[in-house]
Write a protein that binds this ligand. Structure first.
Ligand code: AMP
Length: 176
């Protein structure tokens, strides 16, 4: 099963993706984590990604598609996966190297998302970067939801509830 988990930063998607990955025994892919690792390699691609990520802006579509295709070509993803962080815009959705079976959308208000991000204290989480990242999300990623809505694979969940309750709802939907 190829699952995409989406929602604004701070909606809890990586926590839920980890739990689902364990439960269904499929790998969890996070494009943010892949980029953060790449950033540490001093390759030209790594240096470019570093600059883009630091600003809170999206990494270019060319670099993103290259990285995602390279990642997904690995044997371990053959039987399915759960991915968070991709696609981030309609271009990426249209050019995705895989067709998702289901999209789990965790809906969270701007206020809750911002407050959770301020609390989490990741290296690239300063208030300024958080604001840029959230506005990038609303500008670029919200249209992806409309795109998938039309294909009939989008499922929406309340991402403001507690972790276990949301997890149960997600697992129930995936078992249908
Ligand atoms: P995340 O860990 O998902 O919040 O991603 C952290 C940063 O990685 C984002 O702010 C972007 O700069 C970059 N990033 C992650 N996924 C993508 C993607 N699919 N397209 C472009 N940039 C991305």
């Amino acid at each position: 099963m190829k699952i995409i988990i989406m929602g604004p930063q701070g909606c809890g998607k990586s926590t839920q993706a980890e739990k689902i990955s364990e439960k269904l025994n499929i790998p969890h892919i996070s494009t943010g984590d892949i980029f953060r690792k790449l950033e540490k390699s001093k390759s030209p691609l790594g240096i470019r990604v570093f600059k883009e990520m630091l600003s809170g802006k999206l990494v270019s579509d060319d670099d993103t598609m290259l990285v995602i295709k390279r990642e997904l070509s690995q044997q371990k993803y053959k039987n399915g996966f759960i991915i968070d962080g991709f696609p981030r815009n309609v271009y990426q959705a249209k050019h995705s190297p895989f067709k998702p079976d289901i999209i789990l959308y965790l809906k969270v208000s701007k206020e809750v998302s911002f407050a959770r991000l301020i609390e989490r204290k990741r290296e690239d989480d300063t208030p300024k970067v958080i604001k840029t990242r959230l506005s990038e999300y609303y500008k670029n990623t919200t249209p992806v939801l409309d795109y998938y809505e039309k294909t009939g694979v989008l499922r929406t969940f309340n991402g403001e509830q507690e972790i276990e309750g949301l997890y149960r709802e997600l697992i129930k939907e995936l078992a249908r």
